[in-house]
Design a protein around this ligand. Structure first.
Ligand SMILES: Nc1ncnc2c1ncn2[C@@H]1O[C@H](COP(=O)(O)OP(=O)(O)OP(=O)(O)O)[C@@H](O)[C@H]1O
Length: 896
C-alpha cells in the first residue's frame, strides 16, 4: 500500500562571501523559525530553514538522516539541491568530496554514506546479539551528469564519460538507467572513492559568480538491496519484536538519489560567453523544464493533467522523485546578499511551489513477501472475525451457571440427608431400638438413597456432556438447521417427554421420602411404647410377687387390656409397614424406570450432539458454497459495474466528441459563410472584428488580464534595471571610499569620506525600497498566466495565438519605437508602416493556416493578386523587412 508524502522543502542560506562583504553589499534575508523573510516585506514558510552559519551536521540530521533510515525499510529517497549559481549546492551536498576536509565541512553525501554503512553494521550486530539470522546487504553506486542535455557516466574507468545511457520506465522499479556503470561497494571507503572519482570527472568551469561552477546536473545514486528475515508480529506484518515459528525471508530495495543541480544563472551576471554561455543556456533550459514539472505537479487545480517529464533528460531521470515513488527533500540554497536579490526571490518562489508536490511512497519489497504478508493479514483478520462470532454464539452462560449452582446445592443437600440417615440408623441399631423386622426395611431405604445418589452423579455427567458438546455448537447453526430437521425434532420431543416423566417420578420419590420419615417417627413412637410397656410389665411383675390374689386378678386384667392395646398398635404398625413396603416396591420399580429413561435420554442427547455436528458440517459445506457463489457474484457484479462505467465513460466521450464535432462543423460553416461572398479561390480571413462574438468577448477578457500580467512583468524588469543601477552606483561609491580611506589626509578628505558614506547609506535605503516594491509585484504569480491558458479552447487557439503574437509585437514595438523615434526621426515613417505590415502579415498567415485546417487549396499568388490589402501588405512586408535590415544594431537586437 502506498502512502502520500509531500516533498519536504528546506532553505539554506549560505554566508556572505568575501567579495560581497567588500562590495558593501547588505543582507536582504532574515529568518524566523521556519520562515524566510526577504526585504522585510514577504515571508515564505518551509519545512526547515537554515540560516547563515548552520552547521552541515544540522542540515544532515534534520533533512536526510531519516531518509537513510527509510532505505533500510525499502523506501526510495531523493535529496535535491537547487539554487542560483554560487549559492552553496555543491557545498551542501558534499559532491566535491575531499577526504582531507574537516569533519564539520563534510556535506550530505559523505555523511549519508557513513550513516548507511554504520547502519548496516549495526543491523548485523543487532541480529547477532538477538540470535537472529544476519541480514545481507549489497550496495551499488552510480554517478552520472546531465551536460548539455546529454547523459554522461562519471564512473567509467577509462575516464571517458561518453556512454550510451538510456532511460527506461519499469513498472516495478520505476525509472531505471541502462548502459550505466553500477559499482558494487562493500564499505564506506569504496563509496567515497566512487564519489571522489566521479566528482573529478564532472564538468566544472569558472564564471564571474563562482570560480568553480558546476556546469552540469550531477546525480549520485546508491542502490541498497537487503535480504533479511521479517519477524511476524501479532498484526501479521513484519517487524515484530520476536521471530516466530514461520519467519519470512524478504528482499527490500531502495534507491537513494543525491542530486546536485547546476545553478540557475544570468549570462549578464556570470559573464559567460561561448561554450560557457551555451552551457548556461542548457542549464537554464533544464531548470525551466524542472520548474514546469513542479508547476504541473503543484497546481492542485490540474490534478491528473499532463506532467511534462519527457521534455528534458533531467525531469525524466527525476520522474520518481517528483510525484513518484520516493521520499524527496529539496534543499533550496540561497544567497543572503542583496545583489542576488532577484535570484533569491525567484528561488524562494520556485521552492514554495515544490512544497505542494505529493509523492506516492511505497516500500520496495519483493512481491512474494508482500503476498505472504497480505495473506497473513487476511488470516489474522478472519481469525478475529471467527472469535467474535464464537463470542456472540456461546449459549446463555448466566442461565447455565444458575442451573449448575442449583444442581450443586441439591446434590449437597442430598448427601447431607444420606449422612444424617446413616448416623441415625447406626445409632438406633447400636441402641437396639429397632426391631429386626424393621431393620430390613430401613436397609432397603438406605440402599435406595445411595442408588439415588449414583443417579444424581450420572445426571451430573449428563449435564457435563450437554455443556461440553453442545456449548461448542453455534446457536445460529442450531436454529438454522434443527428447526427444519424432522428427525431432530422427534429426538427433541422424546427427550422432552422423558424429562417430564423423570420430573414426575422425582416428585413421587419425594413423597416416598416424606412417608419414610413419617414411618420412622411412628416406629420411634412404637418403640417408646414398647419400652414403656416393658417397664410397666416389670413393675407389674414386681407388684404381683407382693400382691394378694384379688389384686393379682385385677392387675392381670389391666395388664391384659394393655397388652391388647399394644397388640392392636402393633397390628396397626404392621399394616402401615405392609403399605409402606408396597410403596417402596413401587418406588423401586419407578426408580428403575427412571434410570432406564435417564439412560435413554443420555443416548438421545448423544445422538442429538452427533446430529448437530453432522448438521454443522453440512452447514459449513453450505456456507463455503455460498461464499464461493458470493465471490463469483461479486466478481460478476464488479465486471458488470466496470462495464457500466466504461459504457458511461464511452458515452460521455462520445457526447464530448459529438459536441466538439458540432462545434467544429459550426465553426467551419461560419468560416465558409464569411469566406464565400468575397469570391473565387481564396477566401480572405475575417478581420479580427468579424470573429465569432463569444471568441471575441473571451479574447477581450483574456487580453485585459494578459495585459495586466505583461505590464507587471515589464514593471518588474524596470524595477530590476533600477535596482542594478543603484547597486552599481553603490559598488562604485564603495570603491571610491576604499581608495579614499587609503589616501585621506586632510579634514576636507574626511568630510568627503563622510559624504560618500552617507551616499552609500542612502543608496542602500533606495535598494531596500526598490526590493520591497519588487516583492509586492512578484506576489502576482505566474500561475495567473497558466490559469489564463487553461481557459483557451483548442478551437480558439489560432485566433488567440494570432492576437497574442500581435499584442506582443505591438507592445514591444511601441515601447522601443519611442526610443528609436527620438534617435532616428528620418526613418520614423518607415517604421510606422512596418508596424501595420506585421499585423497584416499575421492575418495573411492566419488565413493560410485556416485554409490548411479546412483542407482547401490556398493560392498564395492569387491571394496576393486578388486581395489588394494583402498585395500591399506583402509588398510592404518585404519593404519593411529590408528597412529593418538597414536599421541600427540596437533595433535589430530588439526585433530578435
Ligand atoms: N554554508 C556554507 N558555508 C560556507 N561556505 C559556503 C557555504 N555554502 C557555500 N559556500 C561557499 O560558497 C561558494 C560557492 O558554493 P558552491 O560551489 O557550493 O555553489 P553552487 O551552488 O554549487 O554553485 P554552482 O551552481 O555554480 O556549481 C564555495 O566557495 C563554497 O565553499
Amino acid at each position: 500500500m502506498s502512502t502520500s508524502s509531500n516533498v519536504n522543502v528546506a532553505i539554506r542560506i549560505r554566508p556572505m562571501l568575501r567579495k560581497e562583504l567588500n562590495d558593501a553589499s547588505k543582507i536582504c534575508t532574515r529568518t524566523e523559525e521556519n520562515q524566510v523573510w526577504i526585504s522585510s516585506e514577504k515571508a515564505f514558510t518551509f519545512d526547515h530553514v537554515f540560516d547563515v552559519g548552520t552547521e552541515q551536521s544540522i542540515v544532515y540530521e534534520k533533512c536526510v538522516q531519516k531518509l537513510v533510515d527509510g532505505c533500510f525499510h525499502g523506501f526510495n529517497a531523493t535529496v535535491l539541491a537547487y539554487g542560483q549559481t554560487g549559492s552553496g549546492k555543491t557545498y551542501t551536498m558534499g559532491t566535491n568530496f575531499e577526504k582531507s576536509a574537516s569533519d564539520h565541512q563534510k556535506g550530505i553525501i559523505p555523511r549519508a554514506i557513513y550513516h548507511l554503512f554504520a547502519g548496516i553494521q549495526k543491523q548485523k550486530e543487532q541480529a547477532k546479539a538477538d540470535n537472529k539470522p544476519i541480514p545481507e546487504f549489497s550496495i551499488m553506486a552510480q554517478f552520472i551528469e546531465i551536460y548539455n542535455e546529454e547523459l554522461r557516466d562519471l564512473l567509467l574507468v577509462n575516464g571517458n564519460t561518453q556512454s550510451n545511457i538510456r532511460i527506461h520506465e519499469d513498472s516495478r522499479r520505476g525509472i531505471v538507467l541502462t548502459g550505466v556503470t553500477n559499482k558494487m561497494v562493500s564499505n564506506a571507503e569504496e563509496a567515497f572513492m566512487c564519489l571522489k572519482n566521479g566528482s573529478t570527472m564532472r564538468t566544472t568551469g569558472s564564471t564571474l559568480m563562482n570560480s568553480e561552477s558546476s556546469r552540469s546536473h550531477a546525480i549520485f545514486t546508491l542502490t541498497v538491496n537487503q535480504t533479511r528475515i521479517i519477524p511476524i508480529d501479532q498484526s501479521g506484518m513484519g517487524d515484530g519484536n520476536c521471530v516466530q515459528d514461520n519467519p519470512e525471508f524478504v528482499t527490500l530495495n531502495a534507491k537513494f538519489n543525491f542530486v546536485d543541480l547546476a545553478g540557475s544563472e544570468r549570462l549578464a551576471r556570470t559573464g559567460a560567453v561561448g561554450e560557457r554561455a551555451r552551457e548556461g543556456i542548457s542549464i537554464n533550459s533544464g531548470l525551466l523544464h524542472l520548474g514546469n514539472v513542479i508547476s504541473a505537479l503543484s497546481d492542485r487545480t490540474k490534478k491528473g493533467s499532463h506532467v511534462p517529464y519527457r521534455d528534458s533528460k533531467l525531469t525524466r531521470v527525476l520522474q520518481d522523485s517528483l510525484g513518484g515513488n520516493s521520499v524527496t527533500v529539496m534543499i533550496a540554497c540561497i544567497s543572503p546578499c542583496d545583489t542576488d536579490f532577484v535570484e533569491t526571490l525567484n528561488t524562494l518562489r520556485y521552492a514554495n511551489r515544490a512544497k505542494n508536490i505529493k509523492n506516492k511512497v511505497v516500500a520496495n519489497q519483493d512481491s512474494h513477501a508482500q503476498l505472504v504478508s497480505s495473506l497473513r493479514k487476511q488470516i489474522l483478520e478472519l481469525e478475529k472475525q471467527l472469535s467474535n462470532q464464537n463470542r456472540i454464539n456461546t449459549p446463555n452462560n448466566e442461565e447455565f451457571e444458575f442451573s449448575n449452582k442449583k444442581y450443586l446445592a441439591l446434590e449437597q443437600k442430598h448427601e447431607e440427608t444420606i449422612l444424617l440417615f446413616t448416623q441415625l440408623y447406626e445409632k438406633a441399631v447400636e441402641d437396639s431400638l429397632i426391631p429386626d423386622s424393621f431393620k430390613k426395611d430401613l436397609e432397603e431405604i438406605k440402599e435406595f438413597l445411595y442408588e439415588n445418589s449414583t443417579l444424581v452423579d450420572s445426571q451430573s455427567d449428563l449435564t457435563d456432556y450437554d455443556c461440553d458438546e453442545e456449548q461448542s455448537l453455534s446457536e445460529d447453526i442450531l436454529n438454522a438447521f434443527t428447526n427444519e430437521n424432522e428427525e431432530y425434532k422427534c429426538l427433541n420431543q422424546d427427550i422432552e417427554n422423558k424429562e417430564k416423566l423423570i420430573a414426575e417420578a422425582e416428585i413421587h420419590q419425594k413423597e416416598i421420602a416424606e412417608l419414610t420419615s413419617k414411618f420412622e417417627n411412628q416406629i420411634f413412637d412404637c418403640q417408646n411404647k414398647i419400652k414403656h410397656a416393658e417397664a410397666e410389665r416389670d413393675k407389674v411383675l414386681l407388684l404381683l410377687k407382693k400382691a394378694s390374689k384379688s389384686e393379682e386378678k385385677k392387675l392381670k386384667a389391666e395388664y391384659d387390656r394393655k397388652l391388647l392395646q399394644c397388640q392392636q398398635e402393633i397390628r396397626k404398625l404392621e399394616k402401615i409397614k405392609n403399605e409402606h413396603q408396597k410403596y417402596i416396591r413401587n418406588d423401586l420399580l419407578n426408580q428403575k424406570k427412571i434410570n432406564q429413561m435417564k439412560q435413554e435420554i443420555l443416548e438421545s442427547k448423544k445422538n442429538r450432539v452427533k446430529m448437530i455436528s453432522q448438521l454443522k458440517e453440512q452447514h459449513v459445506r453450505h456456507h463455503k458454497e455460498l461464499q464461493k457463489n458470493k465471490v463469483i457474484i461479486n466478481k460478476l457484479t464488479k465486471q458488470e459495474n466496470q462495464k457500466e462505467v466504461k459504457i458511461q465513460d464511452l458515452e460521455r466521450k462520445t457526447s464530448i466528441q459529438k459536441k466538439m464535432l458540432q462545434k467544429r462543423e459550426d465553426e467551419i460553416k461560419h468560416l465558409r459563410k464569411q469566406v464565400r461572398p468575397i469570391s473565387g479561390n481564396v477566401k480572405r480571413i475575417n478581420k479580427p472584428g468579424s470573429t465569432p462574438k463569444h471568441v471575441r468577448s473571451k479574447w477581450n477578457s483574456f487580453e485585459k488580464r494578459l495585459n495586466n500580467v505583461i505590464s507587471s512583468k515589464l514593471l518588474f524588469n524596470e524595477y530590476e534595471t533600477e535596482l542594478n543601477r543603484l547597486m552599481l552606483e553603490r559598488s562604485r561609491k564603495m570603491e571610491d571610499l576604499t581608495l579614499l580611506k587609503q589616501t585621506a589626509s586632510c579634514s576636507s578628505d574626511h568630510e568627503y569620506l563622510e559624504n560618500i558614506q552617507s551616499n552609500i547609506d542612502y543608496l542602500t535605503n533606495c535598494i531596500r525600497d526598490q526590493q520591497t516594491m519588487m516583492v509586492e509585484l512578484a506576489e502576482e504569480d505566474d500561475s495567473n498566466l497558466i490559469q489564463l491558458l487553461n481557459e483557451v479552447n483548442a478551437s480558439d487557439i489560432y485566433h488567440f495565438a494570432y492576437k497574442t503574437i500581435n499584442l506582443f509585437i505591438n507592445s514591444e514595438f511601441k515601447k522601443n519605437l519611442k526610443t528609436i523615434k527620438t534617435e532616428n526621426m528620418d526613418q520614423w515613417a518607415e517604421i510606422s508602416s512596418t508596424d501595420s505590415i506585421l499585423e497584416q502579415t499575421g492575418e495573411h498567415k492566419l488565413n493560410k493556416t485556416y485554409a490548411i485546417k479546412e483542407q482547401r487549396p490556398f493560392d498564395e499568388t492569387n491571394a496576393i493578386k486578388e486581395q489588394q490589402p494583402f498585395d500591399d501588405s506583402y509588398i510592404n512586408f518585404r519593404r519593411g523587412s529590408q528597412a529593418l535590415r538597414r536599421f541600427p544594431a540596437k533595433f535589430t537586437k530588439m526585433k530578435e
